[in-house]
Design a protein. Structure first.
Lengths: 340, 340
């Protein structure tokens, strides 16, 4: 029997909807996927109407048996209520689960994007025993066998992009914390004298490791070192407003020493924090996603080296830090994992 | 029906054994307790023989239906195997569960002391809905109702004494980590330029917050500030080898400003680390035990203030840091909780 599952990714700047079909007890495949970038000033009503349209397109008359939802913002998952979106107005205290249940007459589970991506990567991606193949068809015997250790049972998923966020899978399940706020590795302080953070403190991991922090740091170095950073200066055509983490990494990969130092400092800051996380939680694996995680193998080697330096000797071999495998689709696969 | 449970606490410098009786589905009481301090050079054979003797004394001919064991050292809990004791020779790779099962023909569960104390405090102590009354008789309806939130469902237990250790209860159960090494908050680094640690790094929480660190810090200040620390100098009769954390705290409570600064610095270091833990894990409660946790309410206020300063604004009200309630008996109550 073909059982269709619907997955929503309310991403803030884009919305995406996927239909997954369950072929047998263990195999799923991605049947249809629709994405739409949001206009400059979206609101909750726009997001919701867009999602219904995308859902109609992927469903083509079929009825979903369950719906998983990834939402880009804080969520009271137990109640299925969105607390707010940092990017889109009108999402304050919206009972998204109730709305979708009324719309589709199906079971709905809602969680925030970091938790959902963590679950997706653990069940179907970089933490899974069996990975998604090229055509996105996979075996998830893994899920049933989680207690036999086929999937990773304890994972920290870290997303490093505009900010730094995280989600925990512990004992094979999302761990949300007492106030559903667990996983905020971006706001762990590693340098109390470091740069100020939006949260009101200084030296949070986010301010040392995220994309804008890399760009800011590179800009400062270019200004203070007029003779250095030749390759990066060419890439940005000497316009400091054009410095982005992507360009800093491009320059670093092309041999620019200044850009390399900036990338390495960001990697070391993240790795230092992950070392502390490993001492505290001893997770089986740490999976890093988000734009900055595309920086390449050198970046990951720097992160791992810094983490290994910052754990007790008996934990050195427990440093298992890998890139995410699902890219932008992690929330959709995670949304599927919420309901299967 | 009276069902006797046996609890062992292999403590390194002392051994303890307790018999608990289950009165009805929800009530337990401590029927008998025996403790014995170890001689200067104990070994595993001594520990084990002593425990059998203590067990005979508390059992008085009765047969235990299950046995919980707290062991002071790393344990492979799933296998019931002791890895080693840091204090007592001969415990390397001992299958303590198998030995006790053969001896008593009862179900045996073994775990390390930090995990067991965490469980004991969560189920019967500072994390429990109903606390142990004066005669140590309690209602633990709590245990069945854990999902209704009566007990704390996520707890970090921290012991601050000769070292700093910790154990996690997550979703109401011991969380051990991939290599059964989770909870090592003592080796989270909060000052990479701080004092060296036995683990080979610098500025671990342990080196800033444990009892010997408090004593060392006070000694340094006394030496460098000959005109200060009058009360503390009197307490130690000007013999720097007599400086202990207990005396530093006594002097602080009696109004010695130097001693107060030292105690406050230790509290702030611990609180800073706990703030980072709260951002990362959002536990419901943090319970602090061990000798230093007897320092008094001012100490706890300093720990809480430092933690509140080091969390995001939306987590300020989630800072719930309390003293342990069970004292030295936490491992015994925790050992009971392992098997009921």
């Amino acid at each position: 029997m073909i059982r269709p599952y619907l997955a929503f990714d309310f991403g803030g700047t884009k919305n995406a909807c996927a239909l997954f079909l369950q072929e047998d007890a263990h195999a799923f495949h991605l049947d249809a996927l629709e994405k739409r970038a949001s206009p400059p000033q979206p609101d909750a009503a726009y997001d919701y109407a867009t999602m219904l349209e995308l859902a109609r397109n992927v469903l083509r008359g079929r009825e979903p048996i369950a719906i998983g939802v990834s939402f880009g913002g804080p969520v009271r998952a137990q109640e299925g209520v969105v607390v707010l979106s940092h990017h889109v107005a009108g999402w304050e205290n919206v009972s998204l689960r109730a709305k979708l249940e009324n719309e589709f007459h199906a079971r709905v589970v809602v969680d925030n994007d970091a938790n959902v991506a963590a679950l997706g990567e653990t069940k179907f991606g970089a933490g899974a025993a069996s990975r998604i193949s090229k055509d996105r068809q996979i075996e998830i015997g893994a899920r049933e066998d989680a207690t036999q250790g086929k999937n990773c049972s304890s994972v920290l998923y870290v997303t490093v992009s505009t900010g730094v966020g995280g989600g925990w899978i512990l004992n094979g399940e999302i761990y949300r914390g007492a106030n559903e706020l667990a996983g905020e590795i971006g706001h762990v302080v590693i340098d109390p004298n470091g740069p100020p953070c939006v949260c009101g403190r200084r030296g949070c991991v986010e301010q040392l490791a995220c994309g804008p922090a890399i760009a800011r740091h590179a800009r400062e170095r270019l200004i203070n070192n007029p003779a250095r950073g030749k390759i990066l200066r060419e890439l940005i055509q000497n316009d400091f407003s054009q410095v982005t983490a992507l360009r800093v990494n491009q320059a670093a990969l092309a041999g620019d020493a200044l850009a390399r130092e900036v990338m390495d400092a960001a990697a070391r800051a993240l790795g230092f924090a992950l070392g502390n996380v490993i001492c505290l939680m001893n997770p089986q694996r740490i999976i890093i996603g988000g734009g900055v995680s595309n920086a390449g193998e050198h970046y990951f080697e720097m992160v791992r080296a810094a983490a290994r330096e910052n754990v007790m000797p008996q934990l050195r071999n427990a440093v298992d830090i890998v890139p995410a495998a699902l890219g932008d689709d992690a929330p959709l696969w995670g949304a599927l994992a919420l309901v299967v």
